[in-house]
Design a protein around this ligand. Sequence first.
Ligand code: APR
Length: 309
Amino acid sequence: MVNKITVVGAGNVGATTAQRLAEKELARTVVMVDVMEGIPQGKGLDQWQSAPIEGFDSRIVGTNGYDETHDSDIIVITAGIARKPGMSRDDLLNTNAGIVKQVSEQIRETSPNAILIVVSNPLDVMSYVAMKVTGFPRERVLGMAGVLDTARYRSFLAEALDVSVRDIQAMVLGGHGDTMVPLISYTSVSGIPITQLMPLAKLNAIVERTRTGGAEIVKHLKTGSAYYAPSAAAVQMCEAIVRDQKRILPCAAWLEGEYGMSDLFLGVPCKLGRRGLKAIIEVELTREEQDALAKSADAVREPMAAVKL
Ligand code: APR
């Protein structure tokens, strides 16, 4: 358990993240910050009152300012607007960049040693904004996307094969958008290569559904985007850090030559431990996967160049 984890944004993703963090007792105090007066306070109080029932000792506190967040060990940034039907994640670009910039300025002053996990979309670009504004080293700025995209992929595969989701090992790399790269060559069921268990056409259909998995949910919800799986994914990253698990999880990390690329956030296999990013694991990719990753990087660079800081 660490002393304090802050969640910025007390909306759907933020509030669910705070609840999961507290239920897992990953921090003594979980602070929720939001600009909406009363919302973080009310939600925080309500959540804390579930503690005697769920049996956790973490305290959840809601606030509109950054005093309570002082010296947080980890900060999960979920502030921003969410997608509506027909919107791409890039449509959120300038609104969310302004919000993430303002949040990052506060964090730089109040929690200069924190590890940041960015969830606000477009994820890869917002991670860049947070790193640039805080000036934190890349070890302490990570974006949450790959764990979520991989969870979607694993769920669809488990359903199609009628096996436990737990037995599907997989990795989705690249940007958090339609160009993401589910790695078929690293997908297995308890070690059995997926290509031995499923025809390629069916596998390709699942890969496609994974790429548009977020939009599928937005289409149902109409007024917002996914939050149960996104919050679970952010909390898995927090847990790997808090408990120094050295887990290998696909996260958006700032590349400095890995996979032949530099100066952008992209989803790659990361080893996470108590101080954040411990290492980026470079795996062999097929020619097709390399091309797809390069294309995905281009799709991240374009909005990155357009963002105003
Ligand atoms: N500081 C703190 N909170 C802010 C700020 C700010 N400057 N600006 C907006 N917020 C808050 C809003 O008041 C709102 O409560 O961020 C919250 C966002 O919550 P929702 O609208 O419910 O959106 P949510 O579904 O949680 O998604 C948040 O995560 O997955 C991404 O694409 C998604 O970018 C979106 C973000």
